[in-house]
Design a protein around this ligand. Structure first.
Ligand code: FES
Ligand SMILES: [Fe+2]
Length: 364
């Protein structure tokens, strides 16, 4: 008999609520539940759409290695549409697309089964006389794929459509978002640490810790004016620029949560995407949960105004990241304490953390 599925209950009233127990981050049964629920149902960044313009262009990838381990392939169909397909042959599960390329159809190299660019099975040698072959179930399964201003996002079983997930960003930032983000890979950074991805998310979702662990960032933001908002599938934190620091070109009064000139908009999209908008452009944090005690975070840089890259809240990001990771590692160690029961929330400053826990509870 399998163990009962872990259940997480978070009081909707933040003044009464208690945070999840340590088991969420440490128990293998909870890890599996997080993979099957929140991670399978959330949207994840699949990188940039550059290079997939031509009909037949295909890029295989593994969605969340170490967590979902899902082999998928992004393919541009003959109708011009980009699709996310299961990259496992419907015969005996050999990978269909083994490397990025471009062709008129997909063909499994193991026994030659063919697929159209939309995933339909078109035939296979030796299957003459097999009843009902090929049928709909011989097609490659299709998953959800969305393109947002040149970035690709995918989900195996989305809790909500992408347009609902990205809506808070579009509603607030559209005036200064480029039609297509331009990736500057020379500025990308990759980090890995021995901590649970949910701790990294929690840390990101509150600015309460800024004056304690980020002295440099604290000088570039007016911390007392820091603002928060929560949505159905994400959150926003508004960093108000300290005097003399660069700001985002937002029309006055455009943001109800802003209590001064905005130096940074920190959007988080459930569960693994952080859209950090700075005066210089976008720093996208892509979180890859590698296991219950290991996480990779990739910073992807999209620069619109290079002259501002080393100024304001969007500068010194590596230093801030290392300070955050250190805190996450210390929490990871503290969670081993048998006495820890899950703490209470600071109502004004930990509403994003509370919202995250409620989203986990909803999708577990
Ligand atoms: S596994 Fe693909 S043709 Fe057999
Ligand atoms: Fe931080």
């Amino acid at each position: 008999m399998s163990a009962p599925k872990p259940e997480l209950a978070i009081d909707p009233d933040i003044t009464r609520a208690r945070m999840p127990p340590a088991a969420l981050y440490r128990d293998p049964a909870w890890w599996k539940a997080l993979c099957d629920g929140p991670l399978a149902r959330g949207w994840h960044c699949l990188g940039v759409a550059d290079g997939l313009e031509a009909v037949g262009a295909a890029r295989p990838l593994v969605l969340l290695p170490g967590a979902l381990d899902e082999p998928v392939v992004v393919v541009r169909g003959g109708d011009g549409e980009l699709r996310l397909l299961a990259n496992a042959c419907t015969h005996r599960a050999h990978l269909v697309v083994e490397q990025a390329g471009c062709g008129r159809a997909l063909r499994c190299s193991y026994h030659g089964r063919g697929f159209a660019l939309d995933g339909r099975c078109t035939g296979a040698p030796g299957f003459e006389g097999v009843a009902g072959f090929p049928g709909a179930e011989d097609a490659l399964a299709r998953y959800a794929l969305a393109e947002w201003r040149g970035l690709l996002f995918g989900s195996l079983a989305p809790e909500a459509p992408w347009r609902e997930v990205i809506a808070p960003v579009e509603e607030r930032a559209a005036p200064f978002l480029p039609a297509r983000w331009r990736h500057d890979a020379t500025l990308d950074q990759t980090f890995e640490f021995d901590g649970h991805f949910a701790l990294y998310v929690e840390n990101y979702l509150e600015g309460l810790h800024i004056p304690f662990i980020h002295p440099g960032l604290n000088a570039r933001l007016d911390w007392k004016q820091y603002g928060y908002a929560s949505f159905a599938h994400g959150t926003l934190q508004v960093g108000v620029a300290a005097a003399g620091e660069p700001t985002l070109p937002l029309p006055a009064g455009h943001l109800d949560t802003a209590r001064g000139p905005v130096g940074a908009l920190y959007f988080w999209l459930f569960p693994t995407t952080m859209v950090n908008l700075y005066p210089w452009g976008l720093s996208l944090n892509v979180i890859e949960p590698l296991g219950p005690a290991r996480t990779r975070v990739r910073f992807l840089a999209f620069v619109e105004r290079p002259e501002l890259h080393d100024r304001g809240a969007g500068s010194g990001l590596v230093q801030v990241e290392l300070e955050d990771e250190r805190a996450v590692l210390q929490v990871m160690k503290g969670l081993a304490a048998r006495a820890y029961r899950g703490g209470r929330y600071v109502p004004h400053a930990e509403q994003g953390v509370h919202a995250f826990h409620r989203m986990l509870a909803r999708t577990l």
